[in-house]
Design a protein around this ligand. Structure first.
Ligand SMILES: [Zn+2]
Length: 342
């Protein structure tokens, strides 16, 4: 390790659980974070600052003012420009630690692109806001034997659990048999979410990530950790593998094979995502064509946004769109067909 890196990571090198050998392992390791919202932002910051060699962050959404209360990678300028979160995240993370290879990917993780975006990473970290994507990650990770870390938060409550295929329970062992743990039927749409709990959960997730990536697997605690920053209630629970688990026992990867319904509604907003169209759009051309027919056309190199009262539509270059002002997929599809094309 050269002297400048030794200086940069000096406090982490002094920590016995990492040391110089652990730091070198970190520098040679890779992590992919799915979702760059609150938990994904904080996890990405922690892993990038810690010197993980390669960090990929995948996100489908753009920055809005309501994100800034808890999404620590973004600022008001990002929200004003409506930058895709993956783009803003990549810029910020690169400015924090230029020793790390950072890549932001503007995409919606789905069964068709999971292998392209997740293959080959030493750890997959959960920064998503929905269970369909988590079960897709779980199917993929178990089918490939890649470790991944589940993390979720809503209100003042959060939890995290590290999944090592073949060694621990998986997400389906945990959730499909006994229903959701308390609180998870709520979403940040209905009861909100506090910045402190997402940072706490992200810290627990990132610490587990550092153990995996630094080659300190024996330090993994193997427990489901749950915490509530408002009540001060903390729990650490053992989770047994389920002999009849669909995924890790039965090897039935229904989410990965696209047999489960794709999600269309989005956490935290009155919005629907149209994501079944996979095609490149010329946003500049589309913006010119739409200008006479719609209001408030704004665009940057990544997306085009306009208003058709009472709706607001944001179209991405990969053909996806987010329709704000409705939770009805049929309304969203009809608006998409009318303004973007079938
Ligand atoms: Zn399982």
């Amino acid at each position: 390790m050269n002297p400048s890196l030794r200086e940069k990571y000096s406090r982490q090198l002094l920590f016995a659980g990492i040391g110089e050998a652990g730091q070198e392992r970190l520098a040679a390791s890779s992590a992919v974070i799915v979702g760059s919202g609150a938990i994904g932002s904080a996890t990405a910051l922690l892993l990038t600052r810690a010197g993980v060699g390669r960090v990929r962050i995948i996100d489908r959404d753009f920055v809005e003012p309501s994100n800034l209360q808890r999404q620590f990678l973004f600022d008001e300028a990002d929200a004003r420009q409506a930058l895709p979160k993956a783009v803003a995240a990549e810029r910020r993370l690169k400015s924090i630690n230029s020793s790390v290879s950072v890549e932001g990917v503007v995409a919606d993780l789905n069964p068709q692109n999971a292998a392209e975006w997740l293959s080959g990473f030493d750890a997959i970290l959960d920064g998503t806001d929905n269970f369909e994507t988590r079960f897709l990650i779980n199917d993929f990770a178990v089918s490939r034997g890649q470790p991944w870390i589940y993390a979720a938060a809503v209100g003042s409550y959060g939890l995290t659990f590290t999944i090592r295929p073949g060694a621990t329970a998986c997400l389906a062992c945990l959730l499909e048999s006994r229903g959701s743990p308390p609180g998870l039927e709520d979403t940040c749409d209905t009861i909100g979410v506090l910045g402190p709990v997402v940072n706490l959960v992200a810290s627990l997730e990132a610490a587990e990530g550092l153990k995996l990536l630094a080659g300190r697997g024996t330090a993994l605690h193997g427990r489901l950790l749950a915490c509530d920053v408002w009540s001060g209630h903390f729990q650490s629970l053992a989770v047994a593998r389920l002999p009849t688990c669909r995924v890790c026992a039965g090897q039935e990867f229904t989410y990965l094979h696209g047999e489960s319904q794709p999600h269309v509604t989005m956490c935290g907003r009155d919005s629907v995502q149209i994501h079944e169209r996979h095609r490149r759009l010329d946003l500049a051309l589309l913006g010119k064509r739409l200008a006479p027919a719609v209001d408030d056309v704004r665009q940057n190199e990544f997306l085009l946004r306009f208003r058709v009262a009472p709706y607001e539509m944001t179209v991405f270059a990969d053909g996806r769109a987010i329709l704000k002002g409705t939770q009805d997929p049929a309304v969203a599809r009809s608006l998409y067909a009318r303004y973007v094309g079938a």
